[in-house]
Design a protein around this ligand. Sequence first.
Ligand SMILES: NC(=O)c1ccc[n+]([C@@H]2O[C@H](COP(=O)([O-])OP(=O)(O)OC[C@H]3O[C@@H](n4cnc5c(N)ncnc54)[C@H](OP(=O)(O)O)[C@@H]3O)[C@@H](O)[C@H]2O)c1
Length: 435
Amino acid sequence: MSDTLRIGLAGLGVVGGGVLKLLEQQGGLLESRSGQRLEVVAVSARAQTRTGGPDISSLKWYDDAAGLAEDADVDVVCELIGGSDGIALQLSKAALQNGKHLVTANKALLAHHGNELARLAEETGVHLGYEAAVAGGIPIIKALREGLSGNSFSGVYGILNGTCNYILTEMRDGVRAGKPRNFDIVLKEAQELGYAEADPSTDVDGVDAAHKLALLTSLVFGCPVDFDAIQIEGIRHINVLDIEYAEELGYRVKLLGVSRAGAAGIEQSVHPCMVPERAPIAHVDGVLNAVVADGDFVGTTTFEGPGAGAGPTASAVVADLVDISRGLVLPTFGLPVSSLNARPKAPPGSHVGSYYIRLMVVDRPGVIADIAACLRDQEVSVESLLQHGRNPDEAVPVVLTTHMAEEKALANALAAMDELGAVLETPRMIRIVNL
Ligand SMILES: NC(=O)c1ccc[n+]([C@@H]2O[C@H](COP(=O)([O-])OP(=O)(O)OC[C@H]3O[C@@H](n4cnc5c(N)ncnc54)[C@H](OP(=O)(O)O)[C@@H]3O)[C@@H](O)[C@H]2O)c1
């Protein structure tokens, strides 16, 4: 075995810069742990000039990142550029085809091309590491693929997007402090603080969480990655009223990615959920992430930690590099690609659960009876009803929670309510999850 693992680093932004710094600062520690020196020998980014961080002027430079995959002096390519297609895909495929190990933090790439990349890695006998792609610094890939490999799983779920969790936490803190702020205002603050991108849609519309969920689902259920099977709903429509009612009802609103095996197949969804206040995940706040896995022998295990940022993400990337230097080559999704078993997906609307419904109504006699009739017609029974104050001149919120019902029936009931003249805004529904 060579005394050096030679790394080609593509992307020198938040994550790439963090990896350079970690490798420089922890060089001796990493060498003693892995038995090899982890050395960056070549780099690529759009701009060759970097300010701050380790000096890269002595390293081989590639204007075209794909050159790293052809470089005979590179053993492992780190793809830290981003994007599901384009150069990230081209580089990743070329690296694997050329027998180089690949480490990536790119969940979008793997959610869309993970099956193909896993097959390529297997064909050339190299390792595809993606610890940083899911929940940043939390070593959840290692935990599921190795530490919990003795278990069959009934499900996995988690808070998979720090931006959304930060916004929802801030909205709740505002309510508690008697200074309620709506989504748009908190989003703007998050952007100013650097917790949300200028274009926040991938985060707040739930797509980023869904990318990560697709990978977790494949790992726990031994099935190919199937991003298109995920029902995705983001947090833009969460109103501060919903946060207030959640408080009153003993819940917290969290954006959860949930993957469960049921009689109808595997159900994968990203949704805002009402989580009971007593559940451990309800207390994972701010930019933190958490993943919960239900295994048959181990029981329920919860992992919590920082989901993003230069340090945590670099920590995960380097853990993959150490694995590679130790000679670890594992099936990408826990099974050889030929053994990944496409499981039936639960039909849309087949989810069974209880729900929170908020309506904005004109408060006149008979309204509640009409709303109740919409639910009765779909055989959905009401668990509780809240209406504070009365004002015949303007819309007032009416909040209901239901007993267990099929989501299809609930959707039909909401559509019927939307037709009622006294219901002034589109009815809002949030799933209640009993964890
Ligand atoms: N940031 C996080 O906390 C975090 C957490 C987990 C996973 N990730 C994932 O890590 C990856 C990188 O994210 P990041 O936050 O580090 O992004 P970033 O700060 O925007 O950095 C991206 C880097 O890629 C370079 N790049 C862009 N186009 C390129 C091209 N065509 N050829 C070569 N280099 C190119 C950029 O070059 P210039 O510097 O010249 O612009 C920049 O150095 C993404 O897949 C992201 O989803 C990020």
